[in-house]
Write a protein that binds this ligand. Sequence first.
Ligand code: NIG
Ligand code: FE
Length: 442
Amino acid sequence: MNKPIFIRNAEQLVTLKGSSKAPLVKKQMSELGIIENGSIWIENGVIEAVGTDKELFETYKNYLTEAQIIDASGKLVTPGLVDPHTHLVYAGSRENEFNMRLEGATYMEIMNSGGGIYATTTRTQKASHEELFHESYERLNQFLLQGVTTVEAKSGYGMEWETEQKQLEVAKELNEKHPVDVVSTFMGAHAVPAEYKENTDQFVDHLINEMIPKVSELGLAEFNDVFCEKGVFTPEQSKKILEAGKTYGLTPKIHADEIEPYEGAELAAEVGAISADHLLRASDKGIEAMAEKGVVAVLLPGTAYFLMAESANGRKMIDKGVAVALSTDCNPGSSPTVSLPFIMNLGCLKMGMTPAEVLAAATINAAHAINRPESIGSLEVGKKADVTIFNVPNYMKLQYLYGVNHVDTVVKNGRLVVKGGNLIEKLSLSKTSTSQFFMGKA
Ligand code: NIG
Ligand code: FE
């Protein structure tokens, strides 16, 4: 049993209190529930008390010698960051395509000539379970160093059952063995395999009749995602896949309106998706439908940045009443980053969000996007003790001083895992493996 942890006297303690019932919208996204000189008492992995240091000292003064004390004076304390959209489990990297795009090739051209998602699929098919596990474990270490304590992870680099299963099993094992929690999504509909190119409907049937039932039977995922995009899966095909998933207990998510407008946002509202992600080219009608149905918009400005495209209109979505969350989209093609704080900065500078809104978007709204609002995303009594401490005095400065990793301390599940900006040593699989595995070998 770990000792209790007493985080003391934060300059600002961002609680996001009262946000577990429904995702935050409009002005609510700016109500961070800040406690000045704030403290948290953590016991058995759970938050036992949150308040001012004065209040908590009064309550716990007789137990101080039993606790591990973390002095947060001068610092910003927030809920552990939540990343609700990643393609965490993959092999290899694609810096060659980055170079090609800088010379003028487009993302879809590269994909349609057999690179892109297909290139990573080949690498992922060839990798063993162990190789994938090690590569992804190191990525999770990097996420943790950026203050992220929960990530969603999608399959989709399989395009056949064996590899899809391997990716989902790796995600499951990572969830068991790595401190960061990993929430799984089946994304068999990530691209159309070459052998089905002339008959996509047949692949859709294969997903519906073979793969989705197996995912459900083996309990390998909670969500079902599809890349609804011109030249990939049509809205009709996407709808079929998402509806089929629902009958097997898989909640719909959707890669919507990423490259071309395709009524993906509308579809998300129609099928009752928990989130619609990307939305760079979402229509006004689609945005309104999402607001009405309470679909969370998971925005990925790092992808727009990396693909040199215009970001989604986060400002407009918030003003129209859509709950906005933020994510890295961590993947080797369109957004090879693990830095959610950097994405938050892009949220401010590329999507017109405020520092308060991006913090709500990367914590509680992200938790809502992966159906975890009761356990993570805010600092409230009874929630999991997932806490990030930044070496800045306030949340505005976290965005203002951009390009620097301000993470000082991370407590995950009531356990100290990052201290002084470094992982507690035993988290690293092997001292020499970090650079080799991070983001894959070329
Ligand atoms: O979310 N758009 C589809 N899927 C990923 C990219 C995957 C890749 O390029 O490997 C995305 O952008
Ligand atoms: Fe994605």
